[in-house]
Design a protein. Sequence first.
Length: 99
Amino acid sequence: MGYADSGFAGLAKYNGAELKKILNDAGVTCVSSHFGIQELRENQERAIAWAKDVGLTQMIVPSLGGPKKPTMNDVKRAADEYNKIGEQAAKAGIQTGPA
């Protein structure tokens, strides 16, 4: 979904269902993918819909995007926000977790 800068731009032209078919035709099953925290903050519903179309069961977030030297309050805010993101994903039947 947001990885054109990482060499995956060619995949952006496919919707989730099309990508799932391409992967399945190649004998590949994709169960998880990385999602940026900003992507989930801005449009988690779209990200969840795409994940479900591809057949993902896990959405992995490599970083919560906090400051380099977080305070305890920064950590608590990030945890609260991520718990809410996880709750929405869980309602859709998708697990979330860190990379």
